[in-house]
Design a protein around this ligand. Structure first.
Ligand SMILES: [Zn+2]
Length: 75
């Protein structure tokens, strides 16, 4: 199930919401876990796929590991 990042407009709290695509399309109105406000908006700048792998560093430089050939990263 995908994760969505939302930010509360009232207290600026950022929280994750789990929802199926179906639920998302139906219109999510997540509630802020901190102040129970529904005045929230989705953050589109979060690294959804980075979070799923849990390893952003390797994604940022996929071919430049210790075993990368000459020419990688200018080396
Ligand atoms: Zn809030």
């Amino acid at each position: 199930m995908p994760l969505y990042d939302y930010q509360c407009q009232d207290c600026q709290n950022i929280f994750d919401v789990r929802a199926t695509f179906k639920e998302k399309e139906a219109g999510l109105e997540p509630e802020c876990p901190q102040c129970q406000s529904k005045n929230t908006h989705q953050l589109l700048t979060s690294g959804l796929f980075l979070r799923q792998t849990g390893d952003g560093a390797s994604l940022a430089m996929p071919a430049c590991g210790p075993n990368a050939g000459p020419g990688c990263c200018g080396g």
